[in-house]
Design a protein around this ligand. Structure first.
Ligand code: ATP
Ligand code: LTN
Length: 335
């Protein structure tokens, strides 16, 4: 049996880009990978490496959990939990700090970049030691597979190094995880400037991105007013037609139809109008269904039960592992 572990940081609201690029991919993995146990957690301890508003953080943790389920993550197949509810993460995080060298942390590209951004408010120590906590998240469950994006690969490499170092210093304790890059979900582009990625933090206007919580009418309008070129032919060419190509990517991701098939459907069109109109309906209806399920869950007991149960299951694994780790280190008073 293999084990897959991944964490999601609850910073920022979810966009259509997050959905197509990340959430849909998890759901596909859950439905296709066999003989694999899934542990997916909301990495709230990672969020506080930079300042957070506590009400907003609490809301985002619930929101993400509800959205993942609303988007198709099946709590019967996946152990879904909140990181801070399984204290062993922080304990093993500290032990990983005691396994890693400062130089290794300082070399992390993400730290170097984020440090610049945080200068004004002060760089927190945890921003530097963050990869030790991430290593703990992974090693606690003896994960074999860790699906992460490009920006996290360096942290994953460090995790492997720390696991190997610990194993050689104290005896075989942790599985050394493999980086697992699932077929990358398409990058969804900014609707007003399709040469940039869809990102709420870097967009100049709200029309540039679709939030999963946007009102459906607004979602449809955002699609209809997406920037496209003045030609009227619909075909996929990211260089010549970045706007239309982005819309085709969205169309394909939400309908699971191939781009060729969609292009064929519109080959005789002399304007973009009906293509955009139909896509607006597809995106609007797709997100509407997700929102419906999200609204049922967000203030429900069901959501709390899923997360309580998830934390309980995760704790069982985490405690068992920590007993072994502490004993390996000599942090165990009784034999
Ligand atoms: P920001 O608003 O700063 O751009 P973000 O939405 O990129 O933040 P992340 O936490 O980096 O936030 O992203 C979470 C996941 O969503 C990652 O796996 C990332 O690859 C994916 N993702 C984010 N934006 C897009 C996008 N436009 N297209 C495809 N995937 C995306
Ligand atoms: N660092 C990741 C989130 C994350 C994670 C993990 C991913 C925290 N712990 C463990 C995979 C496994 C991020 O910022 N996206």
């Amino acid at each position: 049996m293999k084990r897959l572990v991944s964490g999601i940081k609850p910073t920022g609201e979810l966009t259509l880009g997050n959905y197509i690029g990340a959430i849909q991919q998890f759901v596909k993995l859950q439905d296709t990978l066999e003989d694999t146990e899934f542990f997916i957690f909301i990495a709230d301890l990672h969020a506080i490496t930079t300042p957070q508003d506590k009400q907003l953080l609490r809301k985002r943790v619930r929101d993400i959990a509800a959205f993942y389920i609303a988007c198709g993550l099946d709590p019967h197949k996946v152990t879904l939990f909140v990181q801070s509810e399984v204290m062993e993460h922080a304990l093993l995080g500290y032990i990983m700090e005691s396994t890693a060298y400062i130089g290794e942390m300082e070399r992390m590209i993400q730290f170097k970049e984020k440090k610049q951004k945080e200068k004004a408010t002060g760089v927190r120590t945890s921003l530097l030691t963050y990869p030790a906590l991430m290593a703990a998240d992974i090693l606690l469950y003896d994960a074999n597979l860790v699906p992460v994006g490009e920006d996290q690969r360096q942290h994953l490499e460090l995790t492997r190094t720390l696991a190997e170092r610990f194993n050689s210093q104290y005896g075989d304790t942790f599985a050394v995880p493999e980086g697992y890059t699932p077929k990358v979900g398409a990058k969804i582009k900014n609707l007003q400037d399709p040469t940039k990625k869809m990102s709420k933090s870097e967009a100049e206007t709200e029309k540039a991105y679709i939030l999963l919580l946007d009102p459906v009418a607004q979602i449809k309008n955002k699609i209809k007013s997406a920037v496209t070129d003045s030609d009227t032919k619909i075909y996929f060419d990211e260089k010549k037609k970045p706007g239309i190509s982005n819309l085709l990517t969205i169309y394909s991701a939400l309908t699971e139809r191939s781009i060729e098939d969609i292009v064929k459907q519109y080959e005789n069109e002399t304007s973009y109008a009906s293509f955009k109109q139909e896509l607006a309906e597809i995106v609007g209806n797709h997100i509407e269904k997700i929102q419906k399920r999200y609204l049922e869950l967000i203030n429900s007991k069901e959501l709390d039960e899923i997360l309580d149960k998830g934390a309980e299951t995760a704790r069982l694994y985490a405690r068992r592992k920590m007993t072994k780790v502490l004993s390996r280190l000599g942090l165990q008073r009784k034999k």
